[in-house]
Every structure is written in structure tokens, then in C-alpha cells.
Design a protein around this ligand. Structure first.
Ligand code: UD1
Length: 429
């Protein structure tokens, strides 16, 4: 298993370019299932999750080619309808094949999802919505089995604005008979991106990006070309790393309008943030960041994916911060790793109290999921000594060229398979 060795101490400086959004590309790839013919998706990040989604689609008979940042998906024939456990177990997002498989073939068998170990992650909102559209769904031997001779439009109010439930219902609704209205829909920019792709395939979708989405079903869709939206979580990762290291980083290809509240928080921490919609973002931090409180919420709130990243930044802030996690229970389990690096953080239910310290200290740590893995690397950048981060495959699931991008900003990071002896921080001063 690969490990990263991160030497702390330097400030990040320079420019970095954001890749396409993982959470968009995965759904765009699944959407290609809906139309016979060859769809082309660009700006697909070169990450493990997208490779796994490609494998999953190939399993259904889609001819998939991943060339650089382009996915060419020919869904002329969809011969399979079962998403096996070994693939679904690797990415939670594979649940989004449920809606399009059902719409295209009338049936789907999808292993109950895995992915990041964050909270319980149930799927009842997906199931209830599809049932309202006429599907019969049952759970059998660890699989969700859905069948529908034809789907019809329905009025669906989600109990919670779940991102992938909204996407699954949208993906099913575009080929259903009649009108589907999803109320309390998730408003994440990746949903608007998915709807744009579907519209270019001939779908009738209105209101995506707002909390009410109306879909007029059509008889068939045609393949289309689309560029995935830039990854706002990746952009925010570099921005928070710039603040933590008191650096000066320009983030090209970022969409500041997708990061509004998050960037306001960085300003509260003392950062100078220059937003330029066409060109991206510049984040500059002079001196130790200030403590701040934040809560995670569905978009346009601060994304839960930013929670670990902000905690790493606030671990070295001046003062005491309080973080409140409202989206996933169990998303604080990585805090033990930050504590091993000298962070003074006390989790209490869904709150965490972070008492900032001037610097952390290197320790061997383990990445438990994508964003907590990124957070541990940020912590390592402001730690004395060389931090060894194990289970880097989690980071590789979600970030393209993670360490290369950081190295281009001046970070000292190397990747290797063998453990190193962690030097005594005192000897490094
Ligand atoms: C997506 C993102 C993930 C992000 C999350 C929240 C993808 C591939 N993943 O995950 O990176 O962290 O949104 O922004 O896009 N819930 C239910 N019942 C359901 C579905 C969800 O109770 O049927 C709950 C979940 O347990 C969780 C909350 O809703 O507490 C949010 O989950 P959801 O928005 O569905 O997250 P994902 O779509 O899984």
C-alpha cells in the first residue's frame, strides 16, 4: 500500500489547476447509460473512482474508453443489469446506476453500496422515490433489486436533500412517462451539471440547482458531449492548505461562485481571497489563521467534505473553534489521527472543539477516507518533522495528481511503499 511522506514547515506558493469534479464525472458517466450510442465526457479526473465507474459500466455492456481526461462511452448495447459487490464496494457513487439502468432496461440489481466509511449512508430515499415512479424494489442477498416494465412521472418530496437520491430520480425521470417533480431536491452544482448533460441528450429538465426540479419524460435520448464542472472540493482543499501554511496560492479553473460560504469562512480566518469567475481564485494568508466556528449543511451550506479539511486548518489557528457536522454521523472518526499529530481537538457528539496550537508534530497516520486523507496531509504540511500517511489509496480515489499538485506549490512530499523512521522533531529544528 502506498504511503506519502510529507515534510512539514514550508508555505505553499504558486498556481495549481483544478481537475473536473469527481462527484460530477461519476454521475455523467452513469447518465451515458441512458442513450444508445457514443457519449463523450471531458474534464474527467484521472482518479480511481472514475476508473471503477468505467469498469462498472463495462460490466453492463457499455464500451468504455478512458483517454486522459476524456471518457468515451458507447451504450449502444446495455446487456447487463447487475452491479456486483466487488465494484460497488469500492465506490458509494455506484448507487447512481440504479436509476438509469432501470429506465433503460427495466431492471437493476445493485449491491448495497460501500465507499467511504462515513455514517450509516442508507438508500431509502432512492428506493421510495423510484417506487413512486412505479418501480418495485426489494432487498435480496445484499442487493437492491428494482424492476419496472415502465416508469411514470410522480411528485416526490425528499425527506432530506440527498445528492445521489436526487440524481438517481433525475436519471430515472428523464425517460419516465409524464412529469416528475422532485421537491426538497439537493442543490449542489454537480446536479445542475448533470441536468445540463441530460438536456443536451434531449431531456426536458427544469430547475436543477434549485430545490424543485421538474422533469418532463421523453421517449428516448441521444448521446452527447459534455465537460464536467471543475471540482469545488478540490479547489477548497488547496485554498484551506494555503491558509493553514500561511501561503499564497492561485487556484486556476476554480468557480468561486460554488464556494461562496466556504471562502467567506477563509476570510473570517484572515485570508485575503481574490475571486475571479473566469480565472479562478487567489488565496493569501498573512500570519496565523484566526479561529472560527462553522456548521456543515447541504449546498449552499458548507459541504461536509470540507469538514476534515477545515479542522486541519483550524488545528493551527489562533484561538478556539467549534465545528458542527450536520450531514454524516461518524464523520469525526479521523480526529484521533490529528490528535496523534498534536492537535487539540475534542469531539462531542456532532460537535468538535478545536483549540488551535501554533504547530503540529509529525506522526505515522492512516487516511481513513478521501477528505480526511487530504486533511491529514494539510496537517502534515504544518507539522514539525516528516509525517507518514498510510492508506493513500483513499486520497487517490478522489484527487488527481494529489501530491504532484502540492509539490508544484513547494510542498516536500514523496510517495513510497516502505515505512521510514520518523525523526525526532527536535532534531529537525
Ligand atoms: C454525496 C457526495 C459526497 C458528499 C455528500 C454530501 C457523491 C458521489 N458523493 O454523497 O461526497 O459528502 O453527497 O454532500 O456525490 N441519507 C438518508 N437516506 C438516503 C440517502 C441519504 O438518510 O436514502 C442521508 C445520509 O445518511 C446522510 C445525508 O442523507 O446523512 C446526506 O447524504 P447524501 O446527500 O445522500 O450523500 P451522498 O449522495 O451519499
Amino acid at each position: 500500500m502506498d504511503r506519502l511522506y510529507v515534510t512539514g514547515g514550508g508555505r505553499l506558493e504558486g498556481s495549481v489547476r483544478v481537475s473536473g469534479a469527481k462527484n460530477s464525472a461519476l454521475k455523467l458517466m452513469a447518465a451515458a447509460l441512458l442513450a444508445p450510442g457514443r457519449s463523450v465526457i471531458r474534464n474527467v479526473p484521472r482518479i480511481r473512482d472514475c476508473a471503477v465507474m468505467a469498469e462498472l459500466l463495462a460490466h453492463f455492456g457499455v464500451a468504455v474508453e478512458l483517454r486522459g481526461d476524456t471518457a468515451v462511452l458507447d451504450a449502444t448495447e446495455v446487456t447487463g443489469f447487475e452491479a456486483p459487490h466487488d465494484l460497488v464496494g469500492q465506490i458509494r457513487a455506484s448507487i447512481v446506476v440504479l436509476g438509469p439502468l432501470l429506465a433503460r432496461t427495466g431492471r437493476a440489481r445493485v449491491s448495497l453500496p460501500g465507499g467511504d466509511e462515513i455514517g450509516a449512508r442508507p438508500v431509502e430515499l432512492h428506493v421510495r422515490g423510484l417506487e413512486r415512479m412505479g418501480a418495485s424494489v426489494r432487498s435480496e442477498h445484499g442487493f437492491l433489486v428494482a424492476e419496472a416494465s415502465s416508469l411514470h412521472g410522480a411528485s416526490i418530496t425528499l425527506d432530506y436533500p440527498s445528492v445521489t437520491a436526487t440524481e438517481n430520480l433525475l436519471l430515472a425521470g428523464v425517460l419516465a412517462r409524464g412529469t416528475t417533480v422532485i421537491d426538497n431536491a439537493a442543490r449542489e452544482p454537480e446536479i445542475a451539471d448533470l441536468a445540463d448533460f441530460l438536456v443536451s441528450m434531449g431531456a426536458q429538465v427544469h430547475g436543477a440547482g434549485s430545490s424543485t426540479i421538474a422533469i418532463d419524460g421523453v421517449d428516448d435520448l441521444r448521446p452527447a458531449d459534455h465537460d464536467a464542472v471543475p471540482d469545488r472540493i478540490e479547489a477548497g482543499t488547496w485554498a484551506a492548505a494555503a491558509v493553514a501554511t500561511q501561503g499564497d496560492v492561485t487556484i486556476e479553473n476554480a468557480r468561486p461562485e460554488h464556494l461562496d460560504l466556504f471562502l467567506t469562512k477563509l476570510e473570517d480566518a484572515g485570508a485575503e481571497v481574490i475571486r475571479s469567475s473566469g480565472e479562478g481564485l487567489r488565496v493569501r494568508q498573512h500570519g496565523q489563521p484566526r479561529a472560527l466556528d462553522f456548521v456543515t449543511l447541504p449546498y449552499p451550506g458548507i459541504a461536509t467534505d470540507f469538514q476534515p479539511i477545515l479542522l486541519a486548518m483550524l488545528a493551527v489557528a489562533d484561538g478556539t473553534s467549534i465545528a458542527t457536522e450536520n450531514v454524516f454521523e461518524g464523520r469525526f472518526t479521523y480526529i484521533g489521527e490529528l490528535q496523534r499529530m498534536g492537535a487539540d481537538i475534542s469531539p462531542e457528539g456532532h460537535h468538535a472543539v478545536i483549540r488551535g496550537v501554533p504547530r503540529l508534530s509529525a506522526a505515522p497516520v492512516r487516511a481513513p477516507d478521501i477528505r480526511a486523507g487530504a486533511a491529514l496531509v494539510i496537517a502534515a504540511l504544518v507539522a514539525d518533522g516528516i509525517t507518514e500517511v498510510a492508506d493513500v489509496y483513499h486520497i487517490d480515489r478522489g484527487y488527481e495528481d494529489f501530491e504532484h499538485k502540492l509539490v508544484s506549490l513547494g510542498a516536500e512530499i514523496r510517495r513510497g511503499g516502505d515505512p521510514v523512521v520518523i525523526p525526532d522533531p527536535a532534531e529537525l529544528r
